[in-house]
Design a protein around this ligand. Structure first.
Ligand code: ATP
Ligand code: BTN
Length: 253
């Protein structure tokens, strides 16, 4: 499987996602991966920042080209989260959970984040730049504004994390496997596995969008990867777009 990947490892760049979006490598049939030891402008969703510290993180992006006729990439960030969860489990992490649509948590604290940028096909099948930031060993004084709790692999494993190359290999292996399934069978084939790791299953949550906030019980995801929210007005379907999910202990069951 190693031959399927072309891995470029840089000391520093602004953002591995931005770099692959701005200058995508020529399609030579391989899956292009860009890793950076250090990002000077790591990005989250909607202009938010991804923070990393020297030797404290694994930050990389993968350029995934969809096969002609592949399903629309609904649910892609969930599939990537599942691949990341499985790779972490393979490395010995227990209690990995997924927060819809794009975070990986351990004991409710954020261990990794996913950022997906879609590239227009311009006559060819569309492609996605899949960015992953994984905390390995955060500095004791690390401050991550806007995040209730953060954690790192050293804490999750209660010991020194494996080498970054080994972690990367585990993640790429799972990503390859699950994206192949996703390309042929779509998200329905992976939905159950995602649901098993849903951090907020049957819990009260608050969904905050640009203009409105919804409260309800998290009832999982549907076959497109949309969040299902049980509210007083019935079951609502939430698309990932511009919304954030937060716990909401006060919501009615
Ligand atoms: P949402 O629920 O809206 O997806 P989010 O916190 O996942 O919320 P993103 O834009 O997806 O938001 O991710 C960026 C956010 O991740 C930042 O605003 C910050 O709170 C958090 N963050 C930044 N760096 C780190 C890090 N190293 N570890 C954990 N969390 C981080
Ligand atoms: C999130 O926290 O929800 C998304 C964070 C994604 C961070 C990764 S690090 C590698 C890639 N390059 C970026 O600028 N962002 C992603």
């Amino acid at each position: 499987m190693a031959g399927d990947f072309a891995i470029d490892w840089m000391a520093e760049c602004a953002s591995t996602n931005s770099m692959l979006v701005d200058t995508p490598p020529t399609d030579d049939g391989r899956i292009h991966v860009l890793v950076a030891d250090r990002q000077t402008a790591g990005r989250g969703r909607r202009g938010r920042q991804w923070l990393s510290w020297d030797d404290a993180s694994l930050t990389f992006s993968v350029l995934w080209r969809f096969r002609p006729g592949a399903p629309a990439p609904a649910g892609l960030s969930l599939v990537v989260g599942l691949a990341l969860a499985r790779a972490l489990e393979e490395l010995g992490v227990q209690g990995v959970q997924l927060k819809w649509p794009n975070d990986v948590l351990v004991h409710g604290e954020k261990l990794a984040g996913i950022l997906i940028d879609l590239l227009p096909g311009r006559g060819r099948p569309p492609a996605a730049v899949i960015g992953i930031g994984l905390n390995l060993r955060l500095p004791a004084d690390a401050d991550v504004p806007g995040q209730a709790g953060v954690t790192d692999l050293a804490r999750a494993l209660e010991g020194a994390p494996p080498a970054r190359t080994a972690i990367l290999a585990a993640i790429l292996g799972q990503l390859h496997r699950l994206l192949d399934t996703y390309s042929t069978a779509g998200f329905p084939a992976l939905r159950e596995a995602w649901m098993q790791r849903n951090a907020f299953a049957e819990l009260p949550v608050r969904i905050t969008g640009e203009s409105e906030t919804l409260h309800g019980i998290c009832a999982g995801v549907d076959e497109d990867g949309a969040l299902l929210l049980r509210t007083d007005a019935g079951l609502q379907r939430i698309l990932a777009g511009d919304v954030s999910l937060r716990p909401h202990p006060g919501a009615a069951a």
